[in-house]
Structure formats: C-alpha cells, structure tokens
Design a protein around this ligand. Structure first.
Ligand SMILES: Cc1cc2nc3c(=O)[nH]c(=O)nc-3n(C[C@H](O)[C@H](O)[C@H](O)COP(=O)(O)OP(=O)(O)OC[C@H]3O[C@@H](n4cnc5c(N)ncnc54)[C@H](O)[C@@H]3O)c2cc1C
Length: 445
C-alpha cells in the first residue's frame, strides 16, 4: 500500500492550498482498528465549497495519482471491502450545502450533495413536503451524497420505494476531473439509459456526487402505526392476509423484541408487526379495524403524536449496532429466515441482534452488537453460506474494519455471467485511474 510520510503530505497539502484556502486543507489521522500492523494513518482532509473546486482537486489528484475518498462527514462509518490503496485525500463534502432549485409545485428539489438529511427535511417541511426516506442513520450528520452512495432505505420503502424511485438526476465529478449531469432535473425526461442510477449504492467508487435532484412527497395528513404482537407463525399468516387484502400499508415491518411501544409497554410476544397508514383518518380507521380482525385485543395503536418518537427510538436502538447485515430472499420466506439467523447468532455465537424486515419486499436488516471480532467473523462466514443454501443473500452492509478484514463483504450468488466484468468496465470508464475508493466495491472493484 502507498505510504506517505508527514513531509510528503505537507508538500501535497501545499499544492492543494493553491485551490483551497489553507483552513480548508487539513492533515489529520485515521486510527485503524483492523488486524494490520499500521495503527495510525495520516491523510489530508479537503473541504471544497463548490463543484469547480472539486474538479480542480480531482484534476490535480489525477496527474499525481493520489487516491481519494469522498466523505459525507463519516456519518455512515466504513462501508464496503477494505480499500486496495489508502486514500491520500478525504474529500469532505460538508461545505456543499446549497439548494440549487426547489419547485414545490413540481415536487422536485435539487440540492448540493453535502446537505444533511435533517436540513433537507426541514426545508421541505416548510412547504408541507418530505423526502420519503427513513434510513437508520444520524440525520443531523448524514449527507444526501452519502445516502445516495450507500443506497440507504428504511421501513417506509414498502410504500414509497427506494432512492432509485426518488433520484431523478445527479451531477457528478468523474475521475478525469470533468463534471457531468446524469438523469433529469424534471420528472420523466430521460431519453436512453438513466445513468444516475449507477451511482446509487456505488459507495463513492465511480465519482464524486455534487448535486442530487430528488422527487419529494406531501407530508401525510394523518400518520398512524398499528403494532401487532404475535408469534412468528401468527405474523406470517397475518402477512399473507394483509397482502391479499385491499390495504395499502405505508410500512409493513417485522420487528423483534424492542421496547418501542408507547410507554415501553411490554408484550409477551417476541415479534411485532408494524403496519403504517399515511393517508387520512378515515383510511387509518379502516386499516385499524381490518387489523383488529386479525390480531384482536393485542393490537396497539401508535397515534400521530407518538409516531415520530417511535421512529426516533427505533433509529436510536438500531443505530447503536456495530454490524449491519442486509438479508434478501422471497417475501414468503424472509420472516422465518431472519428469525433463524437471529437464533443461530445467539445460540452458536452468543451474539445479540435486532431484526427489521420489510416483509412485502423480502428485504431486511439484522443489527448486531458485539465486540468479539473473531467470533463475528466466524459467524458471518458460516451464516452467509447457510443463507445462500436457503436461496437468500446476506451482505455485510456495515462493520468495523477488523471484522471486514479478509472477508468479501458482498457475497451474492447473482454475481455471475459476466456481471463483475461489466461492473469493472463501468469503473474503468468513469474512474480510469481508480482514484476513488479503489477496491471497496463488489469483487474488489
Ligand atoms: C488514511 C485512511 C485510511 C483508511 N483506511 C481504511 C481501511 O483500511 N479500510 C476501510 O474500510 N476504510 C478505511 N478508511 C476509511 C474509508 O476510506 C472511509 O470509508 C471513507 O473515509 C469515507 O467514510 P465516511 O465514513 O466519511 O463515509 P460517509 O460519508 O459516511 O459515506 C459513506 C460512503 O459514501 C461515499 N460518499 C459519501 N459522500 C459521497 C459523495 N458526495 N459522492 C460519492 N460518494 C460519496 C463514501 O466514500 C463512503 O463510501 C481509511 C480512511 C483514511 C483517511
């Protein structure tokens, strides 16, 4: 791996100061918690304030071969495989905070990529609108660019979809230092392939996202949740009944034992199904009555005044996990598969986890809390093979360096038939010198 001395970094920083003022070029240290000899690495954090400054930095990096990592402020921790080469430059997007264009009547907003999710939601709320995205993250520090680069989603994806449905366009600085516009800044105006979709979940390996155009939604007039505690078998039968009914839940999430219900109400059931309503009071009542037929007296209603607290607590509990696993399989099997993994983690590895599964999508996450690195590695390696034998996929979405060391975090049976070669071609096209996060994507791309 490239190793730069502090003196080398000082020389590089001096060059960067030709583009940015010295207060926006800082030499900092990264403390490695991995199984490597080197514990502390120095790097340069740059804080550009405009796309043209980013272009100049990338052009300079390109001529010198300096590796870079785009950063949204470290809100997400480290994602993907261990990088093949250390970044010399962390390109911090925090200063890119502006609204470029907002047309509430068109329900579209274009913002710079360093804007935090919290700030974006605040701006939209003033017009009675919202970005219908609810990932488990710290909204006050997580940037829109980092959310797009990691393809985050949350329980409301059951109704509103994912970032692929919300991002209509992006501006990106590519590896040759040019800025390109992808997709569209109006709804339904893309001729040919919408290349902006390639950047969703690309983990900053294809370019630096500088602007995002997003479709927004009206804030629901009445938001309510129904909690249906039950056994796993009951929940699986309710899942079928609800999917066969005329209900259109705003969220449809299976959760394990977490003290989330109002007043921390204890339930005797290890599982809870959370069904959301985002329409008006009459539809919420209809949904509530229908669910009451299924769950009877055990049904609990989380009213409009309690819903925000419920989700805040949900994010607080799940956000404390050190490892996040993403599980995918057929909707009919996801509940039992997730529960089986949770059981194996506890019984065979003494690892506690929380589950949050979007049942109709067949996608869920397990949030693990453990400090035992070797045991976690053993568990993940074994469980991923087992999940594959059950026709599922288990990806390590987030984990400390030490756990990811020596493990390919993307482990998907779908990566066959030339898919990796195609992805490598895309990388070579957008980032020919492999400046951005080299090696962290699928297959070490
Ligand atoms: C010297 C040094 C050594 C390191 N060594 C390692 C190592 O050995 N192993 C390791 O795993 N990590 C290592 N890292 C950390 C790794 O590079 C981080 O993932 C990176 O700094 C970004 O992290 P973040 O937490 O700030 O990302 P976040 O801001 O939380 O973003 C999450 C992901 O989105 C990407 N992203 C964020 N904003 C944008 C944007 N606007 N456009 C495009 N992509 C975006 C990020 O690059 C990242 O992949 C090292 C970092 C440094 C500085």
């Amino acid at each position: 791996m490239d190793r730069f001395t502090r003196n080398d970094l000082r020389i590089i920083a001096n060059r960067l100061e030709r583009v940015l003022s010295s207060s926006r070029v800082r030499i900092e240290q990264f403390v490695n918690d991995g199984n490597e000899e080197e514990q502390v690495w120095s790097f340069i954090r740059v804080l550009p304030s405009s796309e043209s400054e980013i272009m100049q930095i990338v052009q300079m990096a390109r001529t010198q071969g300096w590796r870079m990592t785009p950063s949204g402020g470290g809100a997400m921790g480290s994602y993907g495989n261990i990088p093949r080469q250390r970044p010399v430059i962390v390109l911090d997007t925090h200063n890119l905070q502006n609204i470029i264009h907002y047309a509430p009547e068109d329900m579209l907003i274009t913002v710079e990529a360093g804007m935090t999710l919290h700030k974006l939601q605040h701006i939209l709320a003033q017009e009675g609108q919202m970005l219908a995205l609810d990932p488990v993250c710290d909204e006050e520090t997580t940037t829109i660019g980092a959310i797009v680069a990691t393809a985050k989603s949350g329980p409301y994806r059951a109704h509103y979809g994912t970032l692929r449905d919300m991002v209509t366009g992006l501006r990106v600085v590519l590896g040759d230092g040019t800025a390109v516009k992808m997709g569209s800044h109006v709804v339904k105006n893309v001729a040919g392939y919408d290349l902006s979709k390639l950047f969703i979940g690309s983990l900053g390996t294809l370019g630096i996202i500088t602007q995002c155009t997003l479709k927004v939604k009206p804030i629901p007039r009445y938001r309510e949740l129904c909690a249906l505690p039950g056994t796993l078998n009951e929940i699986i039968s309710w899942q079928r009944a609800i999917m066969d009914s005329s209900l259109i839940p705003a969220c449809f999430e299976l959760m394990g034992e977490i003290p989330l219900l109002p007043g921390n109400t204890a339930t005797s059931s290890p599982w809870t199904l959370i069904i959301g309503s985002d329409e008006n009071e009459a539809s919420a009542r209809f949904q509530r009555d229908t669910l009451y037929q299924l769950a009877g007296q055990s049904l609990q209603v989380i009213g409009p005044l309690e819903v925000d607290d419920f989700w805040r607590e949900y994010r607080r509990i799940l956000g404390a996990a050190s490892i996040v696993l993403r599980l995918q399989t057929q909707p009919a099997h996801i509940a039992s598969l997730a529960s089986n993994i949770q059981h194996q983690l506890k019984a065979d590895h003494d690892i506690t986890s929380h589950i949050s599964v979007t049942l109709p999508e067949g996608i869920g996450r397990l949030f693990l809390k453990t400090e035992h690195v070797d045991e976690a590695k053993r568990a993940l390696t074994r469980l991923r093979q087992w999940v594959q034998s059950q026709q599922g996929t288990l990806v390590i979405e987030k984990a400390p360096l030490a756990v990811r060391h020596g493990i390919e975090v993307f482990y998907s049976p779908r990566l066959q038939d030339g898919a990796l070669e195609l992805m490598q071609l895309v990388k070579d096209q957008y980032d020919p010198q492999h400046l951005f996060n080299p090696g962290i994507f699928v297959g070490g791309i």
